[in-house]
Design a protein around this ligand. Structure first.
Ligand SMILES: C[S@@+](CC[C@H](N)C(=O)[O-])C[C@H]1O[C@@H](n2cnc3c(N)ncnc32)[C@H](O)[C@@H]1O
Length: 401
């Protein structure tokens, strides 16, 4: 084999990248910091950090806003497909897998020279297989569903970074969502990220009156109970790595049980106008072992009566793709009217891709954050619902008695 000239040795084993959604980088960095990660820095939809094996395992188990945790193993200049094949071919793959292991490759490219992600994956696979074949006269097999090793190959600005994916399937797949069709469920990672961005204190009431399949409810309750979001997953990819430390992983999981609150001491309520959504939300909560602790009712929002004393109310309403414009405006107007009439002392947060409809709420957002729900650019808006008008509240603050 040709002498290695890429930077495989220079990338320390303990450098990692956690990928996330646009706008959630800072909350993810805070999560990683709380787990003991070091040298944390922000990228675009990514957070770079360093840590030992325990940090890696904890990041997978505990991070609510990570999509996957990657371990970069090699980086090289990649102006064209020949460079990709050659550099992959001189990386020592036996360090990471044997000829009898299975593997899978996710390719991502922002390069004009190699502009198909599938081609990146194909070329990488060929180079790895050719390396094993030249030595053993046989090659490892590809298994896209349950591989021993899952690689992530990313080309950007003529630089290729090859990483091992320590998570496997995306971490948004917590394992509590029921199978079946639901109207536009929000990603678990986005739901958790929005709750963290809102600064909800995990103690005061949390309400989702258009809860759909219950994603906000489950994520909020898991946070309030200090239950790690990854606890329902069957497996993480790092459990199949050659250097997997089974005892360390067991200790980390066991410790998470000691840190959780056995009872939910926070009022979390959900409702939806659609009985099928209510049934699905209940199933999600049951799957997350929260069914007896979070109440979900079938009721239209304009009849919802919240507990007095204030709290946080979250909305991911229909954005209007399937509604007439006039209907969606009426819906948003009725949300605003109900908030003004029945939610004094509450803080409302809404995510929507429909800024025109949002104007019909009739309240001024005190904060607006840009996020993406899938491909849809959205605003995540905060509305402070004071007792009485905003003007009176301001005057009281300015001229205290
Ligand atoms: C975009 S979905 C919410 C998805 C949810 N966040 C999830 O993760 O599954 C919007 C929900 O609002 C509900 N909805 C629409 N109009 C409503 C109303 N007037 N009162 C209560 N719920 C309503 C729909 O039934 C639907 O479940």
């Amino acid at each position: 084999m040709k002498e290695k000239n890429n930077k495989e040795k220079q990338i320390k084993k303990e450098e990692f990248v956690a990928t996330t959604l646009h706008g959630l980088e800072e909350v993810l960095a805070e999560e990683l910091d709380s787990l003991g990660a070091e040298n944390i820095s922000l990228g675009s939809r990514a957070v770079y950090f360093e840590g030992d094996k325990a940090v890696l395992y904890k990041a997978n188990l505990y991070c609510r806003t990570a999509i996957k945790i990657l371990k970069p193993i090699v980086e090289f200049e990649c102006p064209d497909e020949e460079a990709l094949y050659e550099e992959i071919g001189i990386t020592n793959w036996e360090k990471y897998m044997s000829v009898d292991d299975t593997f899978a490759i996710d390719g991502v490219t922002f390069s004009s020279a190699i502009n198909h992600s599938k081609y990146v994956a194909l070329k990488t696979k060929d180079a790895i297989c050719d390396q094993f074949r030249s030595k053993y006269d046989k090659r490892p097999s590809v298994d896209t569903v349950n591989p021993d090793l899952r690689l992530h190959v990313r080309i950007s600005k003529d630089v290729c970074t090859v990483s091992i994916n320590s998570s496997g399937e995306s971490l948004h797949k917590r394992g509590y969502r029921p199978k079946g069709e639901m109207e536009a469920p929000i990603s678990e990672v986005l739901a958790a990220g929005l709750i963290l961005l809102s600064g909800w204190d995990k103690r005061t009431p949390f309400i989702d009156p258009m809860c759909g399949s219950g994603t906000f409810l489950v994520e909020a309750a898991l946070m309030a109970k200090n239950v790690p979001p990854g606890i329902f997953r069957k497996q993480f990819a790092f459990e199949r790595w050659r250097d997997f430390d089974e005892q360390l992983w067991k200790d980390i999981v066991d410790e998470s049980y000691t840190k959780r609150h056995h009872r939910l001491n926070t009022l979390i309520l959900g409702s939806d106008i659609n009985p099928e959504a209510v049934a699905m939300a209940k199933e999600s909560l049951d799957n997350a072992k929260l069914g007896h602790e979070v109440k979900v009712d079938c009721i239209p929002f304009d009849q919802f009566i919240p507990p007095t004393g204030g709290g946080t109310v979250f909305f991911n309403p229909p954005y209007g793709e399937r509604l007439q414009e006039s209907d969606v405006n009426v819906l948003y107007e009725s949300i605003g009217n109900r908030l003004k009439a029945k939610f004094p002392g509450y803080t409302a947060w809404m995510i929507t891709s429909n800024p025109e409809a949002a104007k019909h709420i009739g309240l001024h957002p005190s904060k607006k954050i840009t996020v993406f729900n899938g491909a849809l650019e959205c605003r995540f808006m905060k509305f402070d619902l004071y007792e009485g008008s905003r003007k009176i509240k301001k005057r009281n603050i300015e001229t205290p008695e």
